[in-house]
Design a protein around this ligand. Structure first.
Ligand SMILES: C[S@@+](CC[C@H](N)C(=O)[O-])C[C@H]1O[C@@H](n2cnc3c(N)ncnc32)[C@H](O)[C@@H]1O
Length: 250
């Protein structure tokens, strides 16, 4: 990666490159075009890459601005991506039950009213044997970040892991900065929707803790960071510290 890229973009690369690497075998396994739905796909950063592999991609998002940006991005490349306005509650109406080989749900469970209902809807949209790629913000990383910033009381209130509440669909509301999950909560939610977690990855174990100046000033630091992140993506000991959890489920 060019060292002229901004630190935030370098951290972004550490996030997206590892999620992409985990997803690629799923997208390449069959060798024929797949129907891929990206719920809450936003401006289509992932969707256009998936479409670039030759798959039929539909982004469903409530934001007209995001869909317009997606359209521009797709045309620039150029690739074909269908943008549909809708949200998780209208997903079945928009794309149809049993219509998707792969559903991407990245950064969305944090903001929906009912993560349990959202996952049940996604299950309905998946074909039998289809794969969900789920990316969610993880709570313990935020606890560490708050504590390191000296916000100890905030860190303390964020601790509360509670898989039981997830099972009842009673996770706290998203709040201003979005909901965060523990791995136990995610597993409980998936099981409640009848989905099996095939693989769980820790994304951004270190990336958000590294001072921007390190990535700015040290030649090769960004690439070395991505390599370090890759080495720990499957390490359960470090997973609770990851900013995000990426789960492949079926
Ligand atoms: C944090 S962004 C994630 C965008 C993209 N998936 C990504 O990973 O870069 C959250 C997206 O969810 C969309 N969104 C908000 N509420 C939603 C809902 N109820 N159902 C589906 N998408 C929703 C937003 O418009 C936004 O594009």
């Amino acid at each position: 990666m060019s060292e002229s890229v901004k630190p935030a973009e370098r951290r972004g690369a550490a996030r997206t490159s590892l999620v992409w690497e985990a997803l690629l075998p799923v997208l390449e396994a069959v060798g024929t075009p797949l129907d891929v739905v990206d719920i809450g796909g936003g401006t289509g950063g992932f969707a256009v890459r998936v479409a670039g592999l030759g798959h039929r991609v539909t982004v469903v998002d409530p934001s007209p601005d995001a869909l317009a940006a997606l359209d521009r991005r797709a045309r620039e490349l150029p690739v074909e991506v269908a943008g549909r306005q809708g949200d998780v509650s209208s997903l079945v109406d928009v794309v149809g039950a049993g219509s998707a080989d792969v559903v991407l749900c990245h950064g969305v469970l944090e903001v929906v009213d009912r993560p349990d209902v959202a996952l049940a809807t996604i299950r309905e949209v998946l074909r039998p044997g289809g794969t969900l790629s789920l990316l969610v913000a993880q709570r313990f990383a935020a606890v560490v970040a708050r504590a390191m910033a000296g916000h100890f009381a905030q860190a303390l209130t964020m601790l509360e892991p509670d898989a039981g509440r997830a099972a009842a669909g009673a996770l706290p509301g998203p709040g201003r900065s979005g909901r965060r999950f523990t791995e136990a909560e995610v597993r409980t939610l998936l099981a409640g929707a009848g989905l099996d977690a095939l693989a769980v990855h820790g994304i951004r174990v270190f990336a958000d803790l590294v001072p921007g100046a390190v990535l700015d000033l040290e030649p090769g630091a960004s690439a070395a960071l991505v390599e370090l992140e890759r080495a720990v993506v499957d390490r359960p000991e470090l997973r609770p510290l990851a900013t995000q959890l990426h789960v492949l489920a079926r």
